[in-house]
Design a binder for this molecule. Structure first.
Ligand code: FM0
Length: 324
């Protein structure tokens, strides 16, 4: 049997997901909204093979250890079960991330794996169902099923917490990714958000305000109001980081160069170039801008950063099966 390769792109949240109401089912405490990016993606294939002893997982051509393979096996079981398949699988995954970016993310990885498992099991799941399945691998993967601007609706239960496409982002939108540090983070999002929910006194304020931000940013996106979208993005990201600072022990992913990048964005704005920053569970800074301004903005960043730390991304597309 020829296995099909499936590609999923990563996404960056403009309205952040930070905290779960159900850790096992990965049900979020709030809805979130992201932009899928073309520059970072994962290609994955799954082939069931009764002649092998156990699931075998290659990432970027390297055979993975038990811990990494178990995660993948566990996720594949979600597909094997309804398909009535009991064979072990050969899983091959390649992360396409520009050199030194260190942005290999669980979002594109789990979304691509969901798509490849669907092909191998011939389950013919819809995109909505795939989004639901991807969610059980990693929350942010829920959104990587679709391209452009995507909302992950928190839903009321495991059966209605999935992503929906909001807008194809085909209107002069870009993102400059500033790679401050490509080392693996010490505290995973999973651990970090868990402790924030448990200990931060700011958490209820975060939930209240992120719900409002989501409504407002959707208005801004629908009306192509770039400035409003940028202002909400920047404010929502900072509120997420504020919430983590309130955790016990306090959590911060920032490094000195993260602050340098944020200051530069503010300065560019003062000079009349519209751009806005956001940060996730790591020190890298993502700058939302007009695609037509992205080269100019990148040039300005080159006064502080090496050019291989600066990656311009365009809006990316949703999950797709690659032809052989
Ligand atoms: O993407 O525990 O999906 O909305 O990137 O696997 O569900 O890795 F800034 C942080 C992503 C969190 C915000 O968390 O966690 C966002 C974040 P999991 P994820």
């Amino acid at each position: 049997m020829t296995e099909k390769k499936v590609r999923a792109h990563t996404n960056i949240a403009l309205i952040k997901y930070w905290g779960k109401r159900d850790e096992k089912l990965i049900l979020p405490a709030s809805s979130s909204l992201s932009l899928t990016l073309d520059a970072f993606y994962t290609d994955t294939s799954v082939a069931f093979d009764s002649s092998i002893q156990q699931d075998t997982f290659y990432l970027n051509g390297v055979l993975q250890n038990d811990v990494a393979t178990k995660k993948v096996s566990h996720f594949l079981d979600l597909f094997r079960k309804p398909a009535g398949i009991h064979s072990p699988a050969l899983i091959k995954s390649t992360n396409f991330v520009p050199t030194a970016a260190g942005l290999a993310s669980s979002a594109s990885g789990m979304a691509a794996l969901a798509g490849a498992a669907n092909e191998a099991c011939n389950l013919q799941l819809t995109k909505r169902e795939l989004s639901l399945f991807a969610r059980k691998g990693s929350g942010s993967a829920t959104r990587s099923i679709y391209g452009g601007f995507v909302e992950w609706q928190m839903g009321t239960s495991s059966t209605d917490s999935y992503a929906v496409p909001i807008d194809d982002a085909d209107w002069d939108i870009g993102m400059l990714v500033v790679v401050v540090n490509s080392r693996q983070k010490e505290i995973s999002s999973r651990e970090g958000m868990k402790n924030t929910v448990k200990t931060s006194p700011f958490y209820s304020g975060w939930l209240e305000s992120t719900a409002k931000d989501l409504i407002e940013i959707k208005d801004a996106i629908y009306s192509h109001d770039f400035q409003k979208m940028g202002e909400i993005t920047e404010s929502n990201g900072m509120k997420m980081h504020g919430t983590m600072l309130g955790a016990n022990p306090p959590l911060s992913y920032w490094e000195p160069d993260s602050v340098v990048a944020m200051q530069l964005v503010r300065q560019l704005r003062q000079e009349g170039l519209p751009c806005y920053f956001t940060m996730d569970a790591g020190p890298n800074v993502k700058v939302l801008c007009r695609l037509t301004d992205s080269d100019k903005i990148k040039k300005r960043f080159e006064t502080h950063f090496d050019s291989d730390q600066l990656i311009i991304a365009k809006p990316g597309e949703g999950l797709k099966v690659l032809s052989e």
